[in-house]
Design a binder for this molecule. Sequence first.
Ligand code: G3P
Length: 472
Amino acid sequence: MRILAIDQGTTSTRAVAVEESGAAQVLSARDHRQSYPHPGWVEHDPEELLRNVAECISAAGNDFAVVGIDNQGESCLAWNRQTGEAVSPVIVWQDERTEGDNDRLRATGAEALTLERAGLHLDPYFSASKLGWILRNAPEAARLAASGQLCLGTTDAFFRHRLTGRFETDVATASRTSLMNLATCAWDADLCALFGVPMECLPTITPTCGEFGAIAQGGLPLTASIVDQQAALRGQGCSRRGDAKITFGTGAFVLAVAGPEAPAAGGGPVPTIAWSKDGAPPVYALEGGVHAAAAAVNWARGLGLFSAWSEIDDFARPPAISRGIAFVPALAGLACPHWDRRCKGTWMGMGLDAEPTDMVQAVLEGIAFRTAEVVRSMDAFVPIGQRISIDGGMTRNPWFCQFVADCLGREVRISRQAELTAVGTAILAAEAVGLRIEPKAEFTLIEPGEQPEEWAATFQRAVSCARSFASP
Ligand SMILES: O=P(O)(O)OC[C@H](O)CO
């Protein structure tokens, strides 16, 4: 028995075959274009994403029991209900164009409503203000809305509509929009009105696994649909309250299982749905992200600060922070727990002796310090276990993993199992039809080393300086 997982992330789309043993093999992978049409705007071409998904499914063949698909979270778009044709670009989760809209809503006191109902504060990260923006700025979307022919949704709903003919989204992805009531798991009329999103344009909310129809090309049944971060949480085997994982991808996302009750919404870490099965109450999670992780490292490489990855998996000099050099990786704003969009990436403390290597070392350290800051902020809502599972491309860097463990003051566990996001998606897809995938529990454990307390304090000072530079 093999399950096909389609991992549609921020930078690429991959088809992964997952065996009963959890063994995962990447069958095909396609990158897509990132567009930055204005400062702070990030877009994808919906047809390119869909083509990549369809090509990945075709290339994989038909020798699978079922298919699951995971998506890039809050990224969203508008399309024509009749033709399925997109009438807006995909506005990506990193996009900041609705910062002013969110500020204006905050000034009216609307954040009390979003926190109470969706568990989310006002921020361009979540889909709602982006969908409202599309309706106000894409004339074709407004025309279709007037004639009852507009679909608004996250990328998963677009793929599912075009692939299976069913206009549906899953409850975990819906919990990232700020339009869904976190307690009832239904679209909320007041939230929709607040953001100017007509409720009738939104997809039907389904559990994360179930019978979601057959994929038009090839006829394989789609039985799971979920946000990639939640899929990774499942793939890491996190199931008890406090079990947590960090995926170091484009961004670094910490998710912790909260259990059958939604964690309190405080405007720092974000309560969210982890997954749900038909008929059963959902499992909640708590999330906090560092919005530029591998994106920051790639950016540093693009600047010419290093060329080969092997150059940054060990450093001759002691940590940059111990030498007074810090980098705040706020290249896409400073997310949890600050939610300060104006703050930008900032190096501090360099003298004439500073070298490119010091700057990259500070970038890696900054990502680790920020991640530890996120975990600390989550601890107050859901006590996080003493062992945290980590995955993602950056975990191939042993120096970085040790530094993360030191900053967290916790043991980190790196699975030898590859492709955990796809594995999590496949586990859910299999469960929907009564099949089981049981990955082997083989890990590398890294014990935390002692880290002088003043390093975290120095980093916090750097964060404060970066924030006050942005908003004096
Ligand atoms: O596609 P990734 O792996 O960068 O993850 C994106 C997150 O789900 C955004 O919240």
